[in-house]
Design a protein around this ligand. Structure first.
Ligand SMILES: Nc1ncnc2c1ncn2[C@@H]1O[C@H](COP(=O)(O)OP(=O)(O)O)[C@@H](O)[C@H]1O
Ligand SMILES: [Mg+2]
Length: 317
């Protein structure tokens, strides 16, 4: 069986001017640079990495909100294109987005109930009374009490707003929810509630998630598989348990060292990345992590044949 979502060698480049001079040479920013992954039906892929590494751009490419520079996205065995045609509309019913800022995602002029009914009206489903009934049922199932249904977004708390956003995203019965930092704007206690809710929704409806966060602590709870992104690329991917207990890439090791885990040695040192995050406009050649990889100068080691050389690659081989 093929995957629900198949992303292959996806890239998005931006041409930016290097200075304010009109004749300056444009520089290429590789926001997403050769990303591939699969998401199976009903499963969660967690995408984690620091701010600016390309997570939101990946989300927008997956949903066809942004055309890729190269590579492909297939959803339910159909190519996702960014052309706003009938096929795109049909696919968008099955793929929905949940943003970080629920207030920004909601229309301030509509009540909570109207927000949830709206997608049904846009797709011409059911009569108004039927739409309201479906919306009320769904809102109750995501933990919104009835007395909130007629409130406007600014009259709700952050957690309540995110529940409205979720109900709105779920009302058309999607197979995939792309959640871009869905709990980052919420208090820690509310974060846990929303994460539990997402897991319940997945168990109940079999929805798959692309769950994006800069926070590995959040991602490990919800994901069946975790992909670690650095400067537009996936540098490591695997089941969360494995990735947290035996991170292979030095960047993952640094991320993991900041997460308190019961199975890691308490005395294990926290790895603080040295050096600045690289400027994506002048990304380092070769391995993009190398400027922050190993700060100490490599030792001169014997490489046989009476020769010596100083290189980390030789030392680790
Ligand atoms: N429209 C755009 N034009 C130029 N650069 C962009 C644009 N959108 C995003 N970027 C750049 O692409 C990189 C990745 O951005 P983004 O996907 O938003 O990262 P993240 O969501 O991981 O914080 C950043 O360096 C950002 O500045
Ligand atoms: Mg982002």
């Amino acid at each position: 069986m093929s995957a629900l979502l198949a992303v292959d060698d996806l890239a998005r480049r931006y041409a930016l001017r290097s200075s304010s001079w009109p004749w300056s040479r444009p520089l290429t920013l590789r926001a997403v640079d050769g990303v591939s992954f699969r998401i199976e039906q009903g499963k969660t892929l967690g995408l984690v990495g620091e701010s600016g590494c390309g997570k939101s751009t990946t989300a927008r490419l997956v949903l066809g909100l942004l055309p890729p520079s190269s590579g492909s996205v297939r959803f339910e065995d159909q190519p996702v294109s960014s052309r706003r045609d009938a096929q795109w509309r049909a696919l968008r019913r099955r793929m929905q987005m949940v943003y970080q800022d629920p207030l920004g995602a909601l229309d301030r002029r509509l009540t909570a109930l109207e927000q949830v009914c709206e997608p049904l009206a846009v797709f011409g489903e059911g009569l108004p009374a039927e739409r309201r009934e479906r919306a009320r049922e769904l809102m109750a199932s995501v933990g919104l009490p009835r007395h909130l249904f007629e409130r406007y977004p600014h009259e709700l708390s952050g957690g309540q707003r995110q529940r409205v956003v979720l109900a709105r995203a779920l009302i058309l019965g999607p197979a995939l929810l792309v959640c871009d930092e869905p709990v980052s704007a919420l208090d820690v206690s509310v974060q846990a509630q929303v994460i539990n809710l997402l897991q319940q929704i997945q168990q109940r409806d079999g929805v798959a998630f692309l769950f994006i966060s800069h926070d590995l602590k959040v991602v490990r709870h919800v994901s069946h598989e975790v992909a670690v992104m650095y400067l537009g690329r996936i540098v490591e991917q695997g089941p969360p348990q494995e990735l947290l207990s035996r991170p292979a890439h030095p960047y993952t090791q640094a991320l993991v060292s900041a997460v308190p885990t019961p199975w890691r040695d308490k005395s294990a040192e926290r790895i603080v990345l040295q050096g600045d995050p690289p400027n994506p406009l002048s990304a380092p050649a070769g391995c993009s992590f190398h400027p922050r990889c190993r700060q100490q100068a490599p030792a001169l080691i014997d490489i046989g044949g009476g020769r010596k050389a100083a290189c980390h690659l030789l030392a680790s081989s």
